[in-house]
Design a protein around this ligand. Sequence first.
Ligand code: PDD
Length: 288
Amino acid sequence: MEKIAYVNGSYVPHSEAKVSVFDRGFLFADGIYEVAAVLEGKLIDNASHLARLKRSVGEIQLALPETLERIEEIQKELVKRNDLVNGMVYLEVTRGADKGRDFAFPKAEANVKPTLVMFTSEKDIINAPSAKTGINVITVPDIRWERRDIKSVALLAQVLAKQAAAAAGAGEAWMIEDGKVTEGGSSSSFIVTQDDVVVTRQNGNEILPGCTRKAVVKLAEERQLRIEERAFTVEEALAAKEAFITSASVFVQGVVAIDGKKVGNGKVGPITDRLREIYVEFAKATAV
Ligand code: PDD
């Protein structure tokens, strides 16, 4: 059976899920997105994703076409209609389709409604083989704009970064600015130093405030792990005991090599494994 997407109030088969060529998301990447994981048919850390959605749309002066409560209802309905057990719900809201291509926002009298689209995809995040083996990452220059804290659909820099990673047989690209790692193409970056301090870059305009990052930092602190929120270099990562990434699509995933050089002993480390376990426990316990 064909999968079902949500498009502006209707549940439609993927082959019929369409928006206008005048949609500002298509013309200008004038939109915001979110990705929430689904485990055993339930949404993971969704309140955090919806809070970030609200913040992102606020930062670009875009009014959501539905309340956050209604958006969550639609997410759940889509999970149900697709019999989704494990995977993700993608959602995107754009400034809608005007009659032509004007850079400035549509005028109020044009009554242009934001576009709201959602669809699901299947992924067994828990049993992904790379959770055990870890991944290799490559480094690329961070060529993005200065508001990376906004979860914008303008993802060309990440497309190029992740394509370079894929071409090199790596699982992620770490983006580098002023000699420091900002974050992964679609994940937050962490290292564990030789004295067991978990280091991840502080939130700010330079990175997306990851929902998984936020939960992992809190869970680690609650378990008396030492956390430092600061930027780190690739050299420091290569001298670290462990490295890992976090995101809604992988949870916590070990990084075993950077640009072909081993991190630690080249295996997923015990603190990474432990944080993954703790995160999955938290995810299941708070799923909605
Ligand atoms: N990406 N940093 C960037 C640049 C990201 O795109 C993402 C998420 C993250 C991690 O955020 P979170 O833990 O809230 O998923 C960090 C999603 C999964 C994506 O683009 O598919």
